[in-house]
Unconditional design. Sequence first.
Length: 239
Amino acid sequence: MDSKIEQLQKMVDMSSRIVFFGGAGVSTESGIPDFRSVDGLYQQHYKYPPEIMLSHSFYESHTAEFFDFYREKMLYLKAEPNEAHRKLVELEKAGKLAAVVTQNIDGLHQKAGSHAVFELHGSVHRNYCRHCHKLFDAQFMLNSTGIPKCECGGTIKPDVVLYEEGLNQQTLQGAVEAIERADMLMIGGTSLAVYPAASLVNYYNGNRLVLINRTGTPQDKNADLMIHGNIGEVLGQLH
């Protein structure tokens, strides 16, 4: 076993309140493209930049175009959990993992079987009527055309945090408390470039800070262990 994997295994063995903090790289191994890598959404060409098309103001002013982009690029309902998701479920069942804090909106952690999941940026699986607050699932949104409407006539909005919108305070507080209480913080598949989510790392007070990512991050200098690689491949080597 690689020495860094051995070190990671020892840290896991010593811990009982692990918190996993993950980003888009956790889902790319399930076939969901990220934003910032070489073949990510930011490298593709659209009429408007993706961060504009996924903003609150664009949703309000170009609602039909927003939903065209959303259905085409944000709904990957056939995606299945990968080795990273499955290993985190194993750690939770073993009483090692206290919580998953994710920036992803695809619901794959829950699909794999994780229970304590804080979805910082919401979920494509929750959609609500802005008028009567009736809930709709992601399949309804995928099958809709134009601007999705409720029976009452209200517009249905995905429960995802768009650019210019604030995070859900209850979710944020839960994530902060989990990280503060953690005896190990494992960060994987994120460049830690999106704020305020990336700033949550600063709430960790322990000495087992692990970073697993294909590229460097602003927190590399603070890590007790740093592994460059795919998160699923790394976690898959744990027993």
